[in-house]
Design a protein. Structure first.
Lengths: 595, 297, 340
């Protein structure tokens, strides 16, 4: 059935009656509504979060008749006559549920986005199992993904809450007596709203007369945009506008390291998932439906995906100036001499994969006018940078743009770049009305930046007693379609290539290479997690060849005050490298680690 | 539009009448943990369905012990099955499989009927149900019939059951009875919880009366075929044999030899094929352990 | 058969942007009720910078942290602090807040010299009270001093900024230079148990020692270590964006797998404090380092347990199994050669 036919069969509305946090509510719902939509949009209970929309993360957990369910895939009509508990009913500011107070006291919260769902799962669990083991708690929360805490403190908090509920008095962490402010395990200052579900993440904020935006993205990894026909989308009742790159009043390109990325693609798309148009409509669902009606005609271009292929001169060019975005050299001492002095030479080829930050909060932003000031409230790791880019795009004085970081559901490097903040800014600039955009999990995985996939080739040389004499590394990083932090990441990789070891002769070649894959940018570790899988196994191998334990070979080579790094920086003070090694080794069975 | 209407059914006759009236445009939904995700994704199906929710039909819910059978309503939640003492004792492989399915949130609402009719070959309740030799009671306007669960699968995601015309009302499982009957399921996955398996194997064994020979054995592996797959040559080879490491190893090797897994994001074909032998052996040993009949090397 | 192994990995990590200026700034305002408002552009995304900056301001001013409040990351109301990246906010913005707070402290102490008739170097501020060293009972509250200052037309607020000391850019030909003002160090050990039949492995425990200079908030540092280790393990064991001809296959959390609570082994966080002279009260950043060595330690642990050298991430049971089979083949070939 075509859209035009479909729209004529009206969506049935009906009412349902159910109990929410012990209050009976009667709500008019559309037949195909989901419980999460009713809670967040109709009842304004925004403490329950949407992290994936597929029941795969647990952020939307509420209790139905006491049992945890994923409200994002629960039909609203099935709730009729049942009882729902949400975070808003768990406890109040002056009457925290023990779970809430122990999450605070034990540091079981970081970004707070998964917290409401987790608290509800745990509430249901403790109601059924008042005396759990740590393993029971872990089992119970397997449906609630947390990306920040590593779960350790969550499990402890649940056990402490259980003890309190049983009438026991669990120990709370104590600062040393007389401890000054620095050194105290202060409860996080933004913790309370996060356990109450009142912290406002960008998706939780609404404004009167607000429109919703959704992205049209390229299905092709490399293509020329021949035309964009918004006709069918605009014909849909409630669709306000379809914005393309040609509607941008100011600068066309942005980028934190290199300005090579279009605010909105105009001529060419360089990765599958690249935004090409923005649909603005009265509701989020309608905007998403209209996205499917925007007719974009592409001419597919040959594409390159492997950076090693992309480096060759006759490869498909992702950008006109060639695919090698950065070539960074590190040269210290004399590498040939270093290998000549080596009794032991070890080599390693290694590849690392592309991964996602996978913060549980998908990207979200809202823009509106406040007098002559254009305001953007959004998830962000740095509002001042975003302000600068948005001002360039709108040809506005920087001082007339205000970017406010909403409570942000973690970032790990993925919420530094301009992601969608410019889309809502542009929407508000062009329509005059507040515009909000919230990405789906799939959009986040397709369009956001990634950790660089690396191809690594290492050779280390050492004397027979295990002292490094030479270190050589070639690093090829797949930086994807646009620069983002690519040059900075591959530069940091070069500076960290050797690990925390002192070696007189070093040779590093590091490349950031464009390909037709999603943009690789900043991610926690920033080019270091890819290097340690090379330098650390090689240290072990040198140890084995020289009859040294893993601890001994590191102890010999570890940087100390006075050591010189890859960049020939002489370390002077604050060098705790050996101390970390000794502290870890004290935990290990001496048999394994001390040879 | 994800779906046209959503109706909560209160009885099987009401359901059949609604299916009849809707004539192909109505569809049975239970927990909806797969179906709702699919419909939500599409959001504009060419033919909007009317969903008929069966989770409040009493006749389709609950776990009953009837003679030497367990009857499980098709709309019984997975969490109820995974925590049922009766299922844990008398259809253990099913309790194990149910415990692995999804997350606590999913198990609260997902149902055994939905899991089976959804027809994914490695569905965590389908694999043990086939191993247990379970039957499904199916009701349509034309009447009632009983089919082996094994025969409900056509191919990946395609069931013999037409959810726009008929409904599975309950499953019938012959109980594992000590000292001679036991079942077990083993599973490998990339993550310890809340994920689909790289490989699953479920077995049911029946021993002879003194307890030193296999009388009958059913071995099911998935995903190694478009449907839950029975290792029939292995089953035949081991049935009647003495309980020994050797007979178990031989059966496991046969199962592995016959399995034809594919490669997917979760695992490569060659790895899966090798793992069939390991998991079949482990499942058989686990089942024997229930009967205190583990053979020694 | 199950075989156990232990693997070690060490890293170091430069604080702040590589060989680039990356300044931060903050306002600190002491109010007439003795409470304090810190305004700083640093974005807290859960890592805890708001809390850390409150503690640093309280420390510098001699206030209880309970009376210090923060407004952060709003371009209209807070001064620029750069991005929350490069493990830089504790180190860089922490210094900006410290510098601003110390300026305010100077104003307070100058007034207190008059009020207490003492020399500035003899004065102490602790828990909101200024007193002559050794005579805590005859002190005067910061609140009173603020009021006295206001009556003289002096406001107690100041601005501070800090840019890491990275004066030398990296040389184009040799890379020589000073890319970071400070480094953080870490050593981690991963203990595994490998199933030699299937290649499956269990991470039994992770020991993680991190030199953070000074833990401004030890519970927060532990949280960074525990979370970073599990992120590192996700990287090491299951996370992978799979593309086929540029098209993403892993489009949701059903196929892009993150560690669940059951995939998170016990982590033993060890805080090492080797004070960094350029850091606020000796502190260095700790956001990124915990995620850097874990996958490497896992690789070494797998090798230690079964001798398999994995050459790509993530480490899967299938890769370990293939490695075990290859070793077996090598052994068999050697045995055959030997028997000939």
């Amino acid at each position: 059935m075509l859209w035009s036919n479909w729209i004529e069969c009206p969506m049935n509305e009906t009412t349902i009656t159910f109990s929410v946090n012990n209050v009976t509510r009667t709500v008019a719902v559309s037949e195909d509504a989901l419980l999460l939509e009713i809670l967040r949009d109709d009842l304004k209970l925004t403490g329950t979060k949407e992290g994936c929309g597929n029941g795969e993360c647990g952020a939307c957990t509420v209790l139905i008749d006491g049992q945890p369910v994923a409200s994002c895939i629960y039909p609203a009509k099935a709730i009729h006559g049942r009882s729902v508990e949400t975070i808003e009913g768990l406890g109040g500011q002056n009457r925290l549920h023990p779970l809430q107070s122990w999450f605070l006291k034990l540091g079981a919260i970081q970004c707070g986005f998964c917290t409401p769902g987790l608290l509800m799962t745990c509430k249901s669990f403790l109601d059924r199992n008042p005396n759990p083991t740590p393993e029971d708690v872990k089992e119970a929360i397997t449906g609630n993904l947390c990306r920040c805490t590593g779960y350790t403190k969550i499990v402890k908090a649940v056990l402490s809450a259980a003890a309190e509920l049983r009438g026991e008095t669990p120990d709370a962490p104590q600062d040393p007596p007389g401890c000054p402010p620095v050194g105290r395990s202060l409860i996080r200052v933004d913790g309370l709203p996060k356990v109450l579900g009142t912290a406002k993440f960008a998706a939780d904020i609404s404004r009167a007369d607000m429109l919703h935006a959704a992205m049209v993205v390229s299905p092709y990894p490399h293509a020329r945009i021949l035309s964009i026909d918004p006709g069918a989308a605009l014909a849909m009742s409630g669709v306000h506008s379809v914005i393309t790159g040609h509607d941008i009043p100011g600068e066309i390109l942005y980028g934190v390291n290199v300005r090579d990325q279009p605010f909105l693609a105009r001529e060419v798309v360089r990765y599958a998932g690249e935004p090409v148009a923005i649909v603005v409509a009265e509701t989020r669902r309608l905007a998403r439906l209209a996205v499917k009606e925007v007719q974009v005609t592409y001419q597919e271009l040959p594409a390159v995906f492997d950076p090693r292929v992309a480096m060759s001169p006759d490869a498909v060019k992702v950008h006109d100036n060639g695919n090698v975005l950065l070539y960074r050299k590190m040269r210290k001492g004399n590498i040939d001499k270093g290998f000549a002095e080596a009794d032991v030479v070890v080599e390693r080829s290694f590849t690392t994969q592309s991964v996602d930050h996978a913060y549980i909060e998908p990207e979200a932003a809202l823009a509106y006018w406040d007098g002559d000031m254009l305001v953007v409230e959004c998830c962000s790791q740095g509002p001042h940078y975003l302000r600068h880019e948005i001002a360039r795009m709108l040809k506005s004085p920087i001082s007339r743009i205000r970017v406010i970081q909403a409570t942000t559901g973690a970032g790990f490097g993925g919420k530094i770049d301009l992601l969608l903040q410019h889309f809502v800014a542009l929407g508000t600039y062009l329509t005059g009305r507040p515009v909000k955009m919230v990405w789906s999990r799939e959009e986040s995985l397709r369009t956001s930046t990634k950790r660089h996939a690396f191809y690594l080739q290492y050779t280390f040389g050492a004397t027979g007693d295990g002292r490094l004499t030479a270190a050589k590394a070639e690093i090829i990083g797949n930086t994807g379609a646009y620069a983002s932090f690519g040059p900075a990441v591959l530069t940091r990789s070069a500076t960290m290539a050797l690990g925390p070891y002192d070696c007189p002769n070093v040779w590093v070649d590091s490349y950031a290479v464009y390909t037709n894959t999603p943009i690789a940018g900043a991610m926690r570790g920033f080019g270091a997690p890819q290097m340690s899988p090379c330098h650390e196994p090689l240290m072990d191998e040198i140890g084995r060849k020289c009859g040294l334990s893993a601890v001994e070979v590191r102890r010999i080579n570890m940087v100390r005050p006075g050591s010189s790094t890859v960049t020939q920086q002489v370390l002077e003070t604050g060098v705790g490298a050996l101390e970390t090694l000794e502290r870890v080794s004290s935990y290990l069975p001496s048999r394994e680690m001390e040879g | 539009m994800r779906w046209q209407n959503y109706h909560v059914m209160s009885s099987v006759p009401e359901l059949l009448e609604s299916l009849g009236q809707l004539d192909g445009r109505g569809r049975v939904v239970a927990g909806g943990t797969d179906l709702i995700v699919r419909l939500k994704e599409t959001d504009m199906p060419s033919q909007p369905l009317t969903l008929l929710d069966v989770t409040r039909i009493d006749a389709m819910r609950g776990i009953k012990h009837i003679g030497d059978e367990i009857h499980i309503g098709a709309a019984t939640s997975i969490s109820e099955i995974s925590t049922s003492r009766l299922v844990g004792l008398r259809a253990r492989a099913l309790a194990q499989g149910a415990g692995w399915l999804g997350s606590p949130q999913i198990r609260t609402v997902a149902t055994i009927g939905g899991n089976v009719v959804n027809a994914l070959p490695a569905a965590d309740t389908s694999v043990p149900l086939v191993a247990l030799g379970a039957h499904a009671r199916i009701v349509s306007a034309r009447g009632e019939r009983t089919l082996p669960v094994e025969d409900l699968f056509r191919s990946v995601g395609e069931s013999v059951i037409d959810p726009t015309r008929e409904v599975v009302t309950y499953f019938i499982i012959k109980t594992d009875a000590a000292p001679c009957g036991a079942s077990a399921m083993t599973r490998m996955a990339k993550r310890k919880a809340f994920t689909l398996p790289v490989l699953s194997v479920a077995v049911r064994i029946e021993l002879d009366i003194p307890g030193d020979r296999f009388r009958a054995v059913r071995i099911v592996a998935a995903p190694v075929a478009p449907v839950p797959w029975r290792a029939k040559r292995a089953e035949e080879a081991i049935s009647g044999r003495e309980i020994s490491i050797r007979s178990i190893r031989e059966a496991a090797a046969l199962a592995s030899e016959d399995a034809k897994p594919g490669s997917s994001l979760r695992g490569g074909a060659a790895y899966r094929k090798d793992m069939v032998a390991v998991l079949v052996r482990r499942a058989l040993l686990d089942a024997l352990e229930q009967l205190d009949r583990v053979p020694h090397e | 058969m199950k075989k156990r192994g232990v693997g070690l990995a060490c890293i170091y990590f430069g604080m702040g942007n590589t060989a680039k200026p990356n300044p931060s700034s903050a306002y600190v305002e002491l109010l007439e009720d003795g409470s304090c408002l810190v305004r700083c552009g640093a974005a807290d995304l859960g890592q805890g910078s708001d809390t850390v900056l409150v503690q640093i301001a309280a420390m510098a001013l001699g206030l209880k942290p309970e009376v210090v409040f923060i407004e952060s990351a709003d371009t209209l109301t807070t001064p620029e602090a750069g991005m929350s990246s490069a493990s830089r906010q504790t180190y860089v913005s922490g210094n900006a807040v410290r510098i601003a707070a110390e300026k305010v402290k100077e104003i307070i102490l100058t007034q207190a010299e008059d009020d207490l008739e003492a020399r500035g170097e003899d004065l102490v501020i602790f828990d909101g009270v200024v007193y002559v060293q050794g005579a805590p009972d005859s002190g005067i509250t910061v609140e009173q001093i603020c009021r006295n200052l206001r009556s003289r037309g002096i406001l107690t607020s100041a601005w501070g900024s800090f840019n890491p000391p990275t004066p030398e850019m990296l040389d184009q030909e040799t890379g020589a230079g000073i890319p970071y003002g400070a480094y953080s160090y870490a050593a981690q050990a991963v203990e595994v148990e490998v199933d030699t039949e299937t290649g499956e492995f269990d991470v039994v425990r992770v020991i993680a020692a991190h030199d953070v200079g000074k833990a401004v908030n030890p519970m927060g540092v532990e949280g960074q270590i525990e979370g970073g280790v599990i992120m590192g393990l996700g990287y090491g064991t299951m996370e992978e964006l799979v593309y086929k001809d540029g098209q993403l296959s892993t489009t949701g959390f059903g196929t892009y797998l993150l560690p669940t609570a059951l995939d998170a082994p016990p982590v033993v966080p060890i805080i090492v404090e080797e004070p960094e002279p350029t850091g606020p009260f000796g502190a260095k950043g700790t956001g990124e380092p915990p995620a850097c060595p874990t996958a490497a330690a896992l690789l070494n642990a797998i090798y230690d347990a079964v001798g398999v050298n994995i050459t790509s991430l993530p480490v899967t049971a299938e890769k370990v199994y293939d490695g075990l089979r290859a070793l077996e083949k090598d052994r068999n070939a050697m045995d055959q050669n030997g028997s000939r």
